[in-house]
Design a protein around this ligand. Sequence first.
Ligand SMILES: Nc1ncnc2c1ncn2[C@@H]1O[C@H](COP(=O)(O)OP(=O)(O)OP(=O)(O)O)[C@@H](O)[C@H]1O
Ligand SMILES: [Mg+2]
Length: 227
Amino acid sequence: MLEIENVTARYGSLTALQDISFAAEPGARIGVFGHNGAGKTTLLRSIVGAHAPASGAVRLDGRAVVAGRVPENVRRGIAFVPQGHNVFPNLSVAQNMRIAGLLFDMRFAEDVMTIFPVLKERRTQRAGSMSGGEQQMLALGMALMTKPKWLLLDEPSTGLAPVIVRNVMRQLGEVNKMLGTGLIIVEQNVPATLKLVDRAIILKSSRVVLDGPAAQLSDNPDLWKWF
Ligand SMILES: Nc1ncnc2c1ncn2[C@@H]1O[C@H](COP(=O)(O)OP(=O)(O)OP(=O)(O)O)[C@@H](O)[C@H]1O
Ligand SMILES: [Mg+2]
């Protein structure tokens, strides 16, 4: 269980998150939406411990996630894929996977490559020469090498063509089903994300303005009024 309890986050005098609380059961699939500057990235950074909340707490399976101790939090099962292509461009796909699994079980790379067959096909290709979608798959594959309980993704569809976005979302669904990994996905592409997630959280100006079943949003033509 992942618990975010009354988290308030600041950058100097600017409040980026205000009294955010929600809990997520293992394996949950959550989409986080909201305008630019609403606090979405800050929320993910607070969950993995990369940003210290001014007040409140994040707990994983009952134990506090300590801010500033990102490697420890990753080992405990929280993986964070920041926005952009987080791969080592001059290394091959296989080398990237090995580095990602260094502190874990490198043999797991074969299982991850079964979920993302493109990584198996491109095993020896230099990561920087792969397409944007392929690099995104590699970044996801690398995050999975830490065997996370939770995968936090910051706008994984950025810069990808619609058909590739659908593919990424489908693969994330596979990861969730096959490995039981919980997903917290920050996205601008709301319709594509609603096909994957079962719960939606909308942030507006640092506060949660909606937290409910994703289906409720898909049938609600007024979705945009929250934004
Ligand atoms: N390192 C920082 N220093 C100062 N202010 C920051 C910093 N990071 C974010 N902020 C501010 O905090 C607020 C929330 O930012 P955050 O990046 O969490 O928003 P976001 O919802 O992810 O936006 P976007 O959709 O543009 O990625 C914004 O007003 C932003 O300017
Ligand atoms: Mg952001």
